[in-house]
Write a protein that binds this ligand. Structure first.
Ligand SMILES: O=C(O)c1ccc[n+]([C@@H]2O[C@H](COP(=O)([O-])O)[C@@H](O)[C@H]2O)c1
Ligand SMILES: Cc1cc2nc[nH]c2cc1C
Length: 348
């Protein structure tokens, strides 16, 4: 399959022009901290010293996981479709935060084990009724994985003319187990550092979850290529996100990365197109045990630390105003010249 090419955003001359524009604003040098880094990043992504946010959308991908048969989640699989209904009714946390911050919300059925029928507001891209249990068989076939990636790319193609900021969220009971296995394989992170409580497992149950992953990884010991790892351990929502992310970066959008599961999809994309990280804002560090470790492997500095562990893209919706502030200060703040403020500090 032809995957999108994602070029690095590196541009020494533009970077210098952005730094000069940022330093000319009426503030002590560097005093807007990470907002300055974000302003630089947005400028490099959009190839301009005056980046603009045209609009922001949130894509929430839902999928089910056969590995829940091993008792790896605190909640039953039916919660996946029930939460999709909640998204459609506007009552979930992501609905509240997206509304608050003016993000259009799109809910995608990537592979939920439920027949929703034809529903207003639900984007139906069901690859199958959930993945297979990866303890004893690959979660999906190569062609299912391919289909999920393609759907993700096509969805973003349709959005690319309308918005230039895209948040990624997910819903899927069992998906922290899939994400942990992917991260272990692709970031070479020890299983113990990838496994966490997910929706709220007890410490004993977390140990059991770790053993399930250990045995599955041993069963599929020969698997190592990113797309094979994705097909063997992933979920339809994770694969669709990976495709969507690659297309979004190709289209030079700003990608808002949520928590543990979204980062596992990004890791797959980054193993295929390493420069994709240039386009990513890592919105928060999740309370899920492994997130900190994978962020470190990606050399990513998360914007927020709020002890969230919900998913749904909630971290993206909460971080969006910070990204907006970064772009706004660069475009709207007065310069030392225009405001006639002295550039040099007084000698002490
Ligand atoms: O985003 C995160 O960091 C995160 C951390 C823990 C849990 N979740 C959410 O919880 C669900 C997966 O948890 P689990 O225990 O069923 O694997 C799934 O719907 C995720 O959106 C999300
Ligand atoms: C209720 C509930 C809501 C969620 N949202 C994302 N993952 C979730 C898991 C549960 C269990």
């Amino acid at each position: 399959m032809d995957l999108p090419y994602v070029p690095p955003t590196r541009d020494a001359a533009l970077s210098q022009a952005l730094a000069a524009a940022i330093d000319n604003k009426t503030k002590p040098r560097g005093s807007l901290g990470m907002l300055e880094t974000l302003a630089q990043q947005a400028g490099l992504i959009q190839k301009t010293i005056s980046p603009r946010l045209q609009g922001a959308s949130m894509l929430v991908f839902a999928g089910d996981h056969g590995v829940v048969d091993e008792g790896v989640s605190a909640y039953p699989q039916s919660v996946t479709w029930q939460m999709v209904e909640n998204f459609l009714a506007g009552g979930a946390a992501i609905n509240v935060f997206a509304r608050q911050n003016g993000m259009a919300l799109h809910i995608v059925d990537a592979g939920v084990n439920h027949d929703f029928g034809k529903r207003d507001g639900l984007i139906s891209r069901k690859v199958g009724p959930g993945t297979r249990n990866f303890s004893n068989t690959p979660a999906m076939t190569a062609s299912e994985c391919d289909m999920a990636l393609r759907h993700g790319m096509a969805l973003v193609n349709d959005l690319a003319t309308k918005v230039n900021v895209l948040g990624f969220g997910e819903m899927g009971i069992g998906n922290t187990t899939a994400a942990a296995a992917i991260i272990h394989k692709l970031a070479d992170t020890p299983i113990a550092d990838c496994v966490g409580a997910g929706t709220g497992l007890s410490p004993d149950a977390v140990l059991h979850k770790g053993r399930v992953i250990e045995m599955a990884v041993a069963h599929h010991a020969h698997v190592s290529e990113p797309l094979d790892v994705l097909a063997t351990f992933g979920g339809f929502e994770i694969a669709m996100m990976a495709g969507a992310m690659l297309k979004a970066a190709e289209q030079r959008m700003i990608l808002l990365i949520d928590g543990f599961i979204v980062t596992s999809a990004l890791l797959v994309a980054a193993r295929l197109q390493p420069s994709i990280s240039d386009y990513c804002v890592f919105c928060h560090c999740s309370d899920e045990h492994g997130h900190r470790h994978v962020l470190e492997k990606l050399d990513a500095t998360p914007l927020l630390q709020l002890d969230l562990r919900l998913g749904e893209g909630t971290g993206c919706a909460l971080a969006l105003p910070i990204v907006q502030a970064a772009v706004n200060f660069l475009c709207e703040m007065a310069t030392f010249d225009s405001a006639q403020v002295s550039v040099k500090s007084e000698p002490l």
